[in-house]
Design a binder for this molecule. Structure first.
Ligand code: GDP
Ligand code: MN
Length: 397
């Protein structure tokens, strides 16, 4: 589950990570009030107005702007709230901005130049350990840095038994070229950042940029936080931070029906029991020359009610031109699933307007095939995986 920047920063701050301070605002008047409050608290005269959407690259898309007085705060907030922000990470239509973060300007002049770094915390799946990835090249796409100057990206793996050790925090500060007060502050920053990552059961922290201010303070200017959805049951307070407006409406609806659904770009709708089989089914569709329109795991009990819910979700995607149902009857009997498909189909009447190919394999597969074939509905049956994929291609041709 992704958080907004302002929520991510609050989470970091609660673990002692220094952040660029800010207040979230839903409209231009609230933005002005927020700016006044920040001036009282921090002494800042300038503010940055930052669009709060679940997408990076907001700066490039015009979603992050500097305001030098309250009139500018008001007019910039007015412009950004309600806009459809297009960034390198959104679709061409962009994402609607509902709120902005009014933040203190932290790029103020001083004894030294402010400097930007990159830092993330994530799981290295190769070694099964968390790692801190960091670079002197902050503020730019880390993908570009990885491509053009990979030697400027460092990683530090953390032993889960000890957590981050002081020498590791010092190594990070050293590799970033820091000294004096900034060196010390960085060791504190990276240690509390790592602790926040573990304690919040996150799966990704990406702080780009981490800033060294002109008076040698280290702070998070941006925060991309992804929480592990499977661990939210033990973080009720964090679970409440979910903003459904940022998610695909079909995926939200599917989740409420207990279906595990991911929207994709193709035209073959998929209904499968089990996540592994669902992924294998998508591979098979691709091998046969098609493109899956979705990932959908209907779970173990594929009865008429669930099948019908799954049909309705799949058909919400206008790109779907055929549906492939792939069920393995292990605990669930194939004939019961076949009956579910037939019942759901009959219930839905004209709502089903694309051909359906069903492949049932396992317990009572022969009875299931007979049920489908004698139903008189526009449903084709198959027993082999390949046969099913070929039939899908045939109806699309
Ligand atoms: P992103 O574009 O979505 O990654 O959003 P960021 O939060 O990283 O902000 C984009 C850019 O805005 C940063 O790289 C900074 O250069 C700039 N920025 C952020 N905060 C400040 C600030 O306090 N003052 C100034 N002048 N620029 C800022
Ligand atoms: Mn950023």
């Amino acid at each position: 589950m992704n958080l907004h920047e302002y929520q991510g920063k609050e989470l970091l701050s609660s673990f002692g990570v220094r952040i660029q301070r800010g207040i979230v605002a839903q409209n231009a008047d609230e933005a002005v009030t927020a700016a006044k409050k920040l001036t009282e608290d921090t002494g800042t005269g300038w503010h940055v107005i930052k669009a709060q959407v679940h997408a990076g690259g907001r700066g490039k898309g015009g979603g992050v702007k500097l305001a030098k007085n309250l009139d500018e705060v008001k007019s910039i907030a007015n412009d950004i709230i309600g806009m459809d922000l297009v960034t390198p990470q959104t679709s061409a239509e962009g994402k609607r901005v509902h709120q902005v973060l009014v933040a203190e300007d932290v790029y103020y002049p001083g004894d030294s130049e402010p400097e930007e770094y990159y830092m993330s915390v994530l799981l290295n799946r190769g070694t099964g350990r968390n790692m801190i990835m960091y670079s002197t090249e902050g503020g730019m796409d880390i993908e570009t840095v990885a491509e053009e100057t990979p030697h400027l990206i460092f990683t530090e793996e953390i032993d889960p038994a000890t957590g981050i050790l002081p020498f590791q925090a010092r190594k990070v500060a050293f590799n970033l070229g820091l000294s004096g007060a900034a060196f010390k502050d960085m060791t504190k920053f990276v240690t509390s950042l790592y602790t926040a990552y573990v304690k919040s059961d996150s799966s990704l922290f990406e702080i780009n940029p981490v800033l060294k201010t002109s008076d040698d303070k280290i702070m998070a200017v941006d925060a991309k936080v992804t929480l592990d959805a499977n661990a939210l049951y033990r973080h009720k307070d964090l679970a409440e931070l979910r903003d459904k407006r940022e998610e695909s409406p079909i995926e939200v609806e599917a989740g409420e029906l207990g279906l595990n659904y991911v929207d994709l770009d193709g035209n073959v709708g998929c209904m499968v029991n089990g996540a592994g089989l669902a992924m294998a089914t998508m591979d098979l569709i691709k091998q046969a020359g098609g493109e899956p329109a979705n990932f959908l795991d209907v779970g173990g009990t594929a009865d008429a009610k669930r099948v019908e819910a799954a049909f309705r979700i799949i058909l919400k995607d206008p790109a779907v031109k055929a549906i492939l149902i792939n069920i393995f009857g292990g605990i669930v009997r194939c004939d019961r699933v076949a009956q579910g498909v037939v019942d759901a189909y009959k219930n839905m009447g004209d709502a089903i307007n694309v051909p359906i190919i069903v492949r049932l394999q396992g317990t009572n597969a022969d009875i299931a095939k007979e049920l489908i074939d004698s139903s008189g509905l526009d449903v084709m049956s198959a027993t082999e995986f390949q046969e099913a994929a070929d039939k899908v291609q045939a109806v699309l041709a």
